[in-house]
Structures are given as structure tokens and as C-alpha cells.
Design a protein around this ligand. Structure first.
Ligand code: NDP
Length: 492
């Protein structure tokens, strides 16, 4: 405690507000004890005979059991997807396909409160984010791609677009339903069928989505969901019957997948990690920039591939900016994800908490200076105090490696050239942020930053119409927008 007081001593306290608890109703989602696999339009028991537990990271309680799909289960799912592709989905009039997508979008909206609570319970993210970001965007993706389904010939004039076949899709745990929507909506709009594997720690909303597919009367086999762990993902990648693989996750697993697919006729898109620079120039509106920095790194506990995890501050404004930032950090409320006042929820899993703790320890060991606001954490569950590091050198692990947690590394620069040099000095290239009043400087920076997305005077903004994806070790291929159709099409 004494240590925390010492660290915060230079930062004047803001007026402290006591918030009464504002819990969202947990019982709006009915969680069963067990969920099987979703194959051929039905829930089936796993042939593997294996199950795994899904734990709520904010309470460590076991929420339910899900099937752990083995090789035979993956085989059945791929055959169901192939059958649905050959027997009608690909040949269905595009306007008819669109109707199913619109229906799914509307059901997501109708069930959004239930889905938001499920997401926060299973993954630990604050209900404010699941409710206001994940759910509206998930529905918006289905609406958006429903609109494209019968307009593919206009998207690609003078070419004849055709679906690829069976799309295998592997998604991570940071935005479970949203990543599902990013993957499934364009695949179906283009006439493909799908086998999707959600992450081991967050299968709940994918399992509820299976129910939505039934509710929408989607033809059996068009969407199949195989829950499991990395071995299940491995079975899917190695399966000889897939035509397309879309993966979002770590760069390490992305590389394994590339090796596995080398020489095979499978189209691949990879959306991997990031170490984005959020660059603040001395003419930026500082209060606005502070909000953008906080949103950039503490949103979703920093479990965001495009998180602004490296703050680059122009030297002349370093001190006032840091003071404002530290003060803002002290107002973040960490705790129960189902409380509507919570800003920062639980870390997704014990494994991820250990990874963050290890990297933060490396930051201290390498000589960076850590700052954490005074913060009471719940006794049970997985938590990490919003943290920032100053005195960071570019060679430090916390400046190079993806922490995927609420940890910000602060560096400085003097000139725009130096900012570009430092921003590009990572193996990644997913996103970046630029804060300045000058439009010409924004354009100058955008031309030089090796990042798939550059936000100007904002951060972490998403829209289904806008393509998203990386350079370098952040992967390749684009999701979202018209660009997001091409990875699911071939041309005659
Ligand atoms: P992974 O890359 O291991 O997980 C992503 C998905 O791939 C999950 O569904 C996972 O299954 C599956 N998977 C794991 N191993 C294999 C395999 N060999 N073949 C096929 N599929 C596989 O990420 P982690 O969950 O382990 O997170 C580790 C780190 O990755 C994080 O700390 C973060 O830095 C980064 N990450 C980046 C993400 C991004 O959006 N760019 C998202 C998630 C993580 P399962 O969950 O069951 O293991």
C-alpha cells in the first residue's frame, strides 16, 4: 500500500465518486449444464466422448461444459458443410441468401441483452462494452454483408464471382461473437458454408449463435460449430476437405498454420497480433488525446489486437500529458463485468493473467518505471490493475512484444521522422493512431506508417464498411468492407 501511495503522490486526486452497484440481470441468459457440437443443423454429442469446462474469469465459477471435438467430430462437421454447399446453399438465389443474413442480424438485435450478458460472464469484459460495442457491431456485420449477397457482380464488374466452398474459421477469445460475425457473415454472403471453432475459454456466444441459426431456419450444415481447444483447431487446419481457412489469433499459431497449409490448395487469411503506436504531437487537443489513449489500451482489458499499447509522446508535452493520463487512470473502475459502471473487467483466463504478469515483471527488471493507480481488486477472479510504464527503451520486451493486457508503454520523440521510425520499429503492423491538429501532418504520417489501419484523432473505431487487417507479422487479408468479400470468392 505504501508503495502505491508513493507512486501516486505526485498526481492530484480527482474528486472521488462513490458509485452504487448497477448490476445487469444475470438470469436473462439461461446457461445449460452442457452443450454439444452444432453439426448439420443439430446439436450432437461429441464422438470423442470428451468435454471441457468453461470458467467465468470474474468469479472462477464453472459456467457449463462444452464438447471437445476430436478428429472424427471435425470430419463430420466438414462433411456436413460440404453437403450443404453442394446441395443448395451455393446455388441458392443470392437474394434468398441475403434474407437469412438479415434474419440472423435481426435476431442478434432482438437477443442482444442476453448475448451481451453471456459474453461478459464467459469472457470477463464489462457489460458496457459487450452491450454498446460487441453486440451492435455483430448485428451490423450481418446487416452489411446481407446487403452485398445479391450485389457481388457489381462489386466485381466484368468478372464472375463464385464461392470457394467450405470455409474453416478459427477465432480467439477477445471478441467472441464479434469475431464470429466478422468471419461468418462475409463467408455466407458469398455462398460458402462454414465450420467455426471458437476459443476454448469463450465458447458460449458461439453456442447461442447455433440456436440463432436454428431460429433463422438456416439450412442444416451451412454453419457448423465445433468447440474445443488448440487440438480441435489443428484437426480443422489439417482437414483435406476445406477450401478456405480464416484465422484470428496469435502470430505464433498463425505461423504454424501457414506451414501446415504450404503446398495445399486452401485460401488463407491471417489476422494476428499487434503492437500499435498511438502518437501524440504537441499541437493535439490533450484532453481528447487522453481519452483516446485510455480507450486505446484499457478498452477490453487491453485484449485487443489493434490496442494502442505503445504511446509515443512528443517531448515538449510529455509532462502535462502524463499528469493528465495518470489522473484519468485513477478514475477507471475495475471490477464486476456485469456492473454497468465498470470500465475494466476481468482478465480472460489464468493463463493470460500469468502472461501479462510475466511481461510486466520483465519491464521492471529491464529498468522501466511502473505506475499503477490505487485500486481495489475483487478477491476472486483474474484481475490486473491498469498499468503504465515510463522510461521505456525500444529494446525492452514491453515495447516489442504483444502483452494483450491493460499495460501501456510510454516512449517519447522529438520530430515526426523519429515518431515514424519508432512506430514502425516492431515486427507487427496492424494499427496506429495519430493525434494532431494539422491535416497535412496526418496525411504525411499515414503515408509512412506501416499499419493496416491508422486512426486520426480517435482510436479503436470500427465499422463493418471499413476494411481491417495487417502488414508484416500482423498477418494478411482484409476483413470488413468490400475488401472482406474477396477472400471468400474465386473468379471465373
Ligand atoms: P491462440 O492463437 O492460441 O488462439 C487463437 C485460436 O486458435 C483459438 O481458437 C485457439 O484455440 C486456436 N488454436 C490454438 N492452437 C492452435 C493450433 N495449433 N492450430 C489451430 N488452432 C489453434 O491465442 P492464445 O489464446 O493462446 O493467446 C496467446 C496470445 O496471442 C495472446 O497473449 C495475444 O498476444 C495473442 N492473441 C492475439 C489475438 C488477436 O486478435 N490478434 C487474439 C488472441 C490472442 P484455443 O483457444 O482452444 O486454444
Amino acid at each position: 500500500m505504501a508503495q502505491v501511495e508513493k507512486r501516486t503522490a505526485s498526481v492530484p486526486a480527482l474528486l472521488e465518486w462513490e458509485y452504487a452497484p448497477a448490476p445487469e440481470a444475470r438470469d436473462i441468459v439461461q446457461i445449460r449444464e452442457r452443450y454439444g457440437l452444432f453439426v448439420g443443423g443439430e446439436e450432437v454429442e461429441p464422438r470423442s466422448g470428451e468435454w471441457f469446462e468453461s470458467i467465468s474469469p470474474s468469479t472462477e465459477e464453472i459456467l457449463f461444459e462444452a464438447a471437445l471435438a476430436g478428429a472424427e467430430d471435425v470430419e463430420l462437421a466438414v462433411s456436413a458443410a460440404r453437403g450443404a454447399f453442394d446441395n443448395g446453399w451455393a446455388k441458392l438465389a443470392p437474394a434468398e441468401r441475403a434474407k437469412y443474413l438479415y434474419r440472423i442480424a435481426r435476431i442478434i438485435q432482438e437477443r442482444s441483452r442476453e448475448l451481451a450478458v453471456a459474453e461478459s460472464l464467459d469472457g470477463g469484459k464489462p457489460i458496457r462494452e459487450s452491450r454498446d460495442v460487441d453486440l451492435p457491431l455483430a448485428a451490423a456485420h450481418f446487416f452489411y454483408y446481407a446487403g452485398w449477397a445479391d450485389k457481388l457482380e457489381y462489386a466485381y464488374p466484368n468478372r464472375t464471382p463464385r464461392p470457394l466452398g467450405v470455409a474453416a474459421q478459427i477465432i480467439p477469445w477477445n471478441f467472441p461473437l464479434l469475431m464470429l460475425s466478422w468471419k461468418i457473415a462475409p463467408a455466407l454472403a458469398c455462398g460458402n458454408t462454414v465450420v467455426l471453432k471458437p476459443a476454448e475459454t469463450t465458447p458460449l456466444t458461439a453456442l447461442l449463435f447455433a440456436d440463432i441459426c436454428r431460429q433463422a431456419e438456416l439450412p442444416p450444415g451451412v454453419v457448423n460449430i465445433v468447440t474445443g481447444d488448440g487440438t480441435t483447431g489443428g484437426h480443422l487446419v489439417r482437414h483435406g476437405g476445406i477450401d478456405k481457412l480464416a484465422f484470428t489469433g496469435s502470430t505464433e499459431v498463425g505461423k504454424l498454420i501457414m506451414r501446415e497449409l504450404a503446398g495445399r490448395d486452401v485460401r488463407l487469411t491471417l489476422e494476428l497480433g499487434g503492437k500499435a503506436a498511438n502518437i501524440v504531437f504537441d499541437d493535439a487537443a490533450l484532453d481528447q488525446a487522453v481519452e483516446g489513449i485510455v480507450n486505446g489500451i484499457y478498452f477490453n482489458q487491453g485484449h485487443v489486437c489493434c490496442a494502442g499499447s505503445r504511446l509515443l509522446v512528443q517531448e515538449s508535452i510529455y509532462e502535462p500529458l502524463l499528469e493528465k493520463l495518470k489522473r484519468r487512470l485513477s478514475t477507471l473502475r475495475v471490477g464486476d463485468p456485469l456492473d454497468k459502471n465498470t470500465d475494466v473487467g476481468a482478465i480472460n483466463s489464468k493463463a493470460q493473467l500469468d502472461r501479462i504478469t510475466e511481461l510486466v515483471a520483465s519491464g521492471e527488471a529491464e529498468g522501466a518505471e511502473m505506475y499503477q493507480p490505487d485500486c481495489r481488486l475483487p478477491e476472486r477472479g483474474y484481475w490486473f490493475v491498469p498499468t503504465l510504464f515510463t522510461n521505456v527503451a525500444q529494446s525492452h520486451r514491453i515495447a516489442q512484444e504483444e502483452i494483450f493486457g491493460p499495460v501501456l508503454s510510454v516512449l517519447t520523440f522529438r520530430t515526426p521522422e523519429e515518431a515514424v521510425e519508432k512506430a514502425n520499429n516492431t515486427p507487427y503492423g496492424l494499427s496506429a493512431g495519430v493525434w494532431t491538429e494539422k491535416g497535412s501532418r496526418i496525411l504525411w504520417m499515414v503515408e509512412r506508417l506501416r499499419a493496416g489501419v491508422v486512426w486520426a484523432n480517435t482510436f479503436n473505431r470500427f465499422d463493418p464498411t471499413s476494411p481491417f487487417g495487417g502488414y508484416k507479422e500482423s498477418g494478411f487479408g482484409r476483413e470488413g468492407g468490400r475488401h472482406g468479400l474477396a477472400p471468400y470468392l474465386r473468379f471465373e
